[in-house]
Design a protein around this ligand. Structure first.
Ligand code: MN
Ligand code: MN
Length: 386
């Protein structure tokens, strides 16, 4: 029995029979592309948490997904990082990308400096987001108790976490006489500085109370770098799931990125849609998903995802996300625009004359009459709802 007819979506047996044919073809994970000869889409999945390599030091570890690991991901890159208590991802900046982060476990303290000299120190807990504009100097510190685990998303697929502008690398490649003039230590002192990039140092366990800055007081920033995303109510709830979202509207400093936490119940479906203005980077936090992508010219591909996998959907490509497991599915999603935009299939169809839909799909108008008349966004295992 097809999904469509089991739901009683169609009344007449004749209609149900022909609809079943349509559904059976559409239920194949990979369909369309081969018959139409448009070629295949390349894989858009990368098993980040299973990947080898990356960086591991005494203070923590990092593995990444860039265009090298996942060639389709031209617009965004991501990193899974763990810091032990007292582990310090050293002072550094990024020349090409802004940094957006979501804390999965543990606690993290950060500092960040802006070109106007304003700075901020923040403590982050699970569910919190940070955003550091491109080029702004920052550091991350594991606060304990226990390791911190967080996902970093960067708004450029060519970004490499292992090619950042780290302070130790910089100082080691600057003449000691130059450093002596600007830093107030004798030139001989710099022989004691690290001879290569430290990346993640193991330092002392930081105090729980905010420590004083080297400069004493702080010139405070007008726009905070911290947003507690999971502490917010979902922007809307559906029978099949819910979504939390943070764009530049809710989090003004995040001008180039939007983040989403999508929760789908078993069988729940984020309906087919596309984003006119942004690429989409996905990280499966828990559960099992099928993600289908449509890339025009007869090219489509669906892949199955488990926790720790990364996915990527280029700007403008049609796609859906379905919970195919028995457990709740939670997906972290990053977009490389601070202006969140999407067009869902249901909204699009509902904004057209019924006769046009009937003629376009070559289906009876009584079928068209049953299509959703408003945005579905998230469907449940039982269908789009009312
Ligand atoms: Mn960084
Ligand atoms: Mn999407």
């Amino acid at each position: 029995m097809s999904e469509l007819s089991r739901r009683g979506f169609l009344g007449s047996a004749t209609l149900a029979a022909s609809a079943a044919g349509v559904t059976a073809a559409g239920a194949e994970p990979e369909y369309g592309g081969h018959e139409k000869g448009g070629g295949e889409l390349p894989s858009f999945r990368f098993a980040l948490e299973e990947s080898q390599g990356g960086h591991r030091t005494e203070g923590g570890s990092a593995r990444q997904a860039t265009i090298k690991e996942l060639p389709v991901s031209k617009g965004l890159a991501g990193v899974s990082m763990r810091l032990h208590p007292g582990g310090i991802r050293e002072l550094h900046w990024h020349a090409i990308a802004a940094e957006w982060a979501f804390v999965l476990e543990g606690r993290v303290r950060t500092t960040v400096i802006a070109p106007d000299g304003a700075s901020e120190m923040n403590d982050f807990e699970p569910g919190d987001v940070w955003y550091f504009p491109r080029g702004h100097g920052h550091m991350l510190q594991g606060l304990g108790p226990g390791d911190a685990h967080f996902i970093l998303i960067f708004d450029d697929g060519a970004f490499s976490e292992f090619g950042t502008f780290s302070v130790t690398d910089w100082l080691h490649h600057t003449p000691p006489e130059v450093l002596a003039k600007s830093m107030g230590l004798p030139a001989s002192a710099f022989a004691k500085f690290p001879k290569k990039e430290v990346y993640i140092a193991q330092g002392q366990i930081p105090p729980q109370d905010p420590p004083r800055m080297h400069q004493g007081g702080q010139k405070l920033t007008s726009a905070t770098h911290r947003y507690p995303l999971l502490a917010q109510e979902p922007h809307s709830r559906f029978a099949g799931g819910e979504e939390r979202r943070v764009s530049a509207r809710e989090f003004p400093i995040s001008t180039t990125m939007t983040g989403v936490v999508l929760d789908l119940k078993p069988g729940g479906l984020r309906e087919p849609h596309w984003h006119p203005n942004a690429d989409e980077w996905q990280y499966i936090i828990r559960g099992k998903a099928r993600i289908g992508v449509f890339g025009s010219e007869g090219r489509a591909r669906a892949e199955e995802f488990k926790a720790g996998d990364v996915g990527y959907v280029p700007r403008g490509y049609g796609h859906y996300i379905e919970n195919i497991g028995e457990e709740p599915l939670r997906v972290l999603i990053g977009f490389n625009s601070g202006d969140y935009q999407e067009i869902s299939l249901s909204t699009w169809l509902a904004a057209n004359p019924e006769a046009v839909l009937a003629d376009n799909f070559q289906i009876p108008e009584e079928w068209v009459a049953r299509l959703p008349r408003r945005r579905v966004f998230i469907a449940s295992k039982d269908g789009p709802g009312t």
